[in-house]
Write a protein of this length. Structure first.
Length: 503
């Protein structure tokens, strides 16, 4: 029996469909018994898992998906305790965190295996191995040893307990993978109100991203590959969501939903009659190449907002990020203008405070953001601090040169300082000096007051006007320092940032 577990991501938000586990579970249908437990829906996940493991007996396998941040924070003590109570339990981790930090995970005695990258087939192969259903590829004296199997994407411990990883598997093509079995989760509990619509649900329709930006964790996962589902498959999902759960808005969580113009144009045509609102993530240079016809089709099919990695107002920084393609700050301004004419909101994310000169970098981008807002005040701005991922490239090299080292144990990863790091809120990165951090914070506060987000559905017109009025002098004089009055006002009206937590 395989018990999948999705650790709680955040107590303060309504949960997102556990897509990773639906995807991995789909390939087990008809081969293995499994169930999905979601920590976001349970009051006492430890008790629930303990009970299920007891029921499942000695062959129980606990398979956990782990993102950095709150999920890791919950997964560590939970897995440690479950292993203590059930020493024969096999615990397997997969997802973004273990993909990158597989060796640290395997050094913990409560993690037996790690599946790296898109794990559908690797997981199935590992299960076959653990259930004695595979033949070793090489016949050696140690027939049951994993070194005999070379399962791509598997990381495991050698006989001395040392972490070892096989190379990543090629990413599976989502269009050929079995469909998710929605009966495995209580879907209606994941339908939530957002600024897009009263009944919003998420989906993920492609794997990977064809770019190699060296601040992005996706590169470690897919190494520059991008494989989509077809427009017909996407239409099928949209109709299913609409008919079965009365969904009126879809968030496409793909790393790069808009990579292929033909797919998006066809999808837009196919779902135009549904009256859905939708959102996705894309690249500025890619979407600047879209024809006017495609932009009009997307608008008519209900596209409301696109999350775009603008990253920086400096061409030099973009180059150092290996942003690739044809990205320039001018392109960002062009797309902001173009989207305004279609009434589709650009949600621009920026990575602030990049080494080696974080001060200059941050100031240049702050000024750039002002230019963006001048062109299109509706543009949403999301600011992150640069947080390294273990990838070759200028930024990571420079971070290391400044004394940056990743934690070597899971306990250190879940310490408060590193949890902040994982959520891109860390104050402790060697190249970010406290005053710069404060300046960025202050700027964000003034900007959010002068241009209140459209994604907070509870912000009434009067509240928006009040925020704008009180922040106006600061914005115009660029006096951002210590905006205590705006902080108080934001608290009073419980201002909410867009989907992410920002700084
Ligand atoms: C949905 C999502 C969330 C949801 C939670 C999802 C959940 N599980 O409950 C929410 C919105 C809560 C969230 C939060 C955060 N997220 Co998030 N999230 C995503 C997102 C957009 C999609 C993940 C997904 O479901 N993909 C679809 C599935 C099918 O793919 P997958 O997850 O990669 O799963 C495959 C493999 O990873 C693997 N696999 C995964 N799990 C397992 C488990 C087992 C057992 C096995 C065998 C295999 C396996 O196989 C799967 C199938 O191929 C990704 C980006 C992306 N597009 O992938 C970011 C992403 C994972 N998030 C990220 C981050 C940083 C966060 C935060 C920690 C910080 C932040 N500020 O955003 C916060 C936490 C904040 C909080 N308070 O909780 C980063 C991770 C970066 C990194 N360095 O690793 C990502 C990559 C975004 C990014 N580009 O930076 N997130």
């Amino acid at each position: 029996m395989i018990i999948f577990y999705n650790p709680q991501s955040s107590a303060s938000r309504k949960p997102v469909l556990p897509m990773s586990l639906l995807a991995v579970g789909a390939v087990l249908e008809g081969h293995y018994e499994y169930e999905i437990v979601d920590g976001n829906l349970e009051d006492d996940p430890l008790a629930v898992l303990h009970g299920r493991i007891q029921q499942a007996g000695p062959a129980a396998i606990l398979a956990v998906t782990v993102m950095p941040g709150p999920q890791l924070q919950q997964a560590v003590p939970l897995c440690r305790e479950l292993k203590r109570r059930h020493p024969h339990l096999t615990i397997i981790w997969g997802g973004y965190f273990p993909t990158q930090h597989w060796d640290v995970c395997l050094r913990a005695d409560y993690v037996d295996y790690v599946i790296r990258g898109h794990g559908e087939y690797a997981f199935l192969q590992l299960l076959d191995h653990l259930h004695g259903r595979t033949q070793p590829l090489l016949l050696t004296a140690h027939r049951s040893s994993l070194t005999d199997f070379q399962i791509p994407g598997l990381a495991y411990k050698d006989t001395d307990g040392r972490p070892i990883t096989n190379p990543l598997a090629p990413i599976p093509a989502p269009k050929n993978l079995p469909s998710w079995n929605f009966d495995r989760v209580p879907v209606s509990r994941y339908v939530r109100p957002t600024f897009l619509g009263s009944r919003t649900l998420g989906y993920h329709s492609s794997y990977g991203c064809p770019f190699f930006c060296n601040f992005c964790a996706v590169v470690n996962m897919v190494n520059g590959r991008w494989l989509p589902q077809t427009a017909v498959q996407l239409e099928h999902i949209a109709r299913l969501y609409h008919e079965k759960w009365q969904v009126n808005a879809i968030e496409f969580y793909d790393n790069n939903f808009f990579t292929q113009e033909a797919r998006i144009a066809e999808f837009s045509e196919r779902i135009a009659d549904l009256g859905l609102a939708w959102w996705g993530e894309g690249r500025i240079d890619t979407m600047m190449q879209y024809s006017d016809r495609t932009w009009a089709l997307m608008r008519d099919a209900g596209l409301k907002m696109v999350f775009l990695g603008a990253e920086s107002g400096s061409l030099d920084t973009l180059k150092r990020m290996d942003k690739g393609g044809q990205m320039t700050p001018e392109k960002t301004l062009e797309i902001v203008r173009r989207m305004k004419s279609y009434g589709i909101v650009p949600e621009l994310s920026f990575v602030m405070g990049n080494p080696p000169d974080p001060e200059a970098d941050a100031h240049q981008t702050m000024n750039f953001i002002r230019q963006v807002k001048q062109i299109n005040p509706a543009a949403e701005i999301i600011m992150y601090l640069y947080t390294p991922v273990p990838l070759a490239g200028d930024l990571y090299d420079e971070a290391q040169a400044e004394g940056f080292v990743f934690p070597q144990t899971l306990d250190e990863w879940v310490s408060p300082a590193w949890l902040n790091f994982s959520q891109r809120r860390s104050l402790t990165m060697p190249w970010i000096k406290r005053p710069l951090h404060k300046q960025l914070h202050d700027f964000e506060r003034v900007l959010n007051a002068y241009y209140p987000t459209s994604t907070d559905t509870r912000l009434t017109g009067a509240r928006r006007r009040l925020l704008k009025l009180l922040s106006s002098w600061r914005y115009h004089t660029r006096f951002y320092r210590s905006p205590l009055e705006l902080r108080a006002l934001h608290r009073l009206i419980a201002y909410q940032r867009p989907e992410t937590s920002g700084f």
